[in-house]
Design a protein around this ligand. Structure first.
Ligand SMILES: [Zn+2]
Length: 158
């Protein structure tokens, strides 16, 4: 069984999340954390910091253009996703830890597992459905809309 590698976003690090397994992120996230917390008390040494590679950044941008998420993703988000995609394609069990809806949507689209940082209360559990980004049809069984050919994205129902 492959070791789980968690890719932590800014919120995950600020909240001090340490799930079991290896922890990794990109330098841009560490910069954001330092901007938000002046006296950094976190043991960042536990987190492996590595740059996203250009090739995977390009892959993320291409996919984000297709899903229409490109304008909602920050540079940091793109690099985080690129790092996760690279790990996944290298055969690791990579899981993104993020509460960012757009990052989650992209992860879903790229079949990268993700988990939320902050547990939502049981009564506020969100329901998700797969909706065509073109004609808005609900298409649970496809990644590309069988009617209009647009990419299918994950949308929150409530
Ligand atoms: Zn459609």
């Amino acid at each position: 069984m492959a070791v789980k590698i968690w890719i932590l976003d800014t919120t995950a690090i600020i909240l001090g999340k340490k799930p079991e397994g290896c922890l990794t992120t990109v330098p841009e996230v560490i910069e954001e954390v330092r901007d938000r917390i002046s006296r950094l008390k976190l043991e960042i040494s536990e987190i492996d910091v590595e740059d996203a590679s250009d090739r995977y950044i390009g892959d993320i941008m291409k996919n984000a253009e297709k899903t229409g998420d490109i304008h909602r993703l920050s540079g940091t988000d793109i690099k985080l996703l690129a790092r996760a995609l690279e790990l996944k394609e290298s055969g690791y069990h990579a899981v993104i830890l993020t509460d960012d809806y757009t990052v989650q949507n992209m992860a879903y689209h790229l079949k990268i597992p993700f988990e939320s940082v902050v547990q939502k209360g049981i009564s506020k559990e969100y329901k998700w459905e797969k909706v065509c980004s073109g004609c808005r049809r609900v298409t649970p069984d496809h990644d590309i809309c069988p009617v209009c050919g647009s990419p299918v994205v994950l949308k929150r129902r409530n």
